[in-house]
Design a binder for this molecule. Sequence first.
Ligand SMILES: [Zn+2]
Length: 202
Amino acid sequence: MATKSKLSVAKVQQPTREEAEAAVTTLIRWIGENPNREGLKETPRRVVKAFEEYFQGYQVKAEDVLSRTFKEDMGGYSDPVLIRHIEVESRCEHHMAPFIGFAHVAYIPDGRILGISKLARVVDMYARRMQVQERLTSQIANTLYQFVKPKGVAVMIEAEHFCMKIRGVRKDHSKTITTRFLGVYKRDAGLRQDFLQQVKGG
Ligand SMILES: [Zn+2]
């Protein structure tokens, strides 16, 4: 399978930590700085460590996070569950610049519910990778739909992209909004309306 061999090639070619730190040193020299001066001596080590954090999502699989969803007696509850303002910190894959904002996630349970901390972990798992906001939105929605098997899922992300704020067009206050609707949300305009209303409201 093409994807499988691609992944294993990437694994084999993963550089060592020393090589990664050397690459940061090269960038420091490239901008015209002296990597040996006191303040910069430890910078490559710190940058590589920070990168581990920014991109730790590659170490996590959806199965690990969502292997257990809870089958619950919900007393007939069959309305949407909405979790608003889940922090999103990601990196654009074009500039590796941060994009930061919030995810709003709703689902309509079909017998199973999901712990809120798990939901946040799903957001992090995909956010802490090289991303475009559109794909991030889809991956969160698709994964919840696949693992929790709800009647429907709605995901909205609103984020500010630092590659637009501090470089390029320098549009400081623009926000990018993306949405993905699955299941009954896809078919029912009223449900989508309610979702958008609840996200905006109070
Ligand atoms: Zn960018």
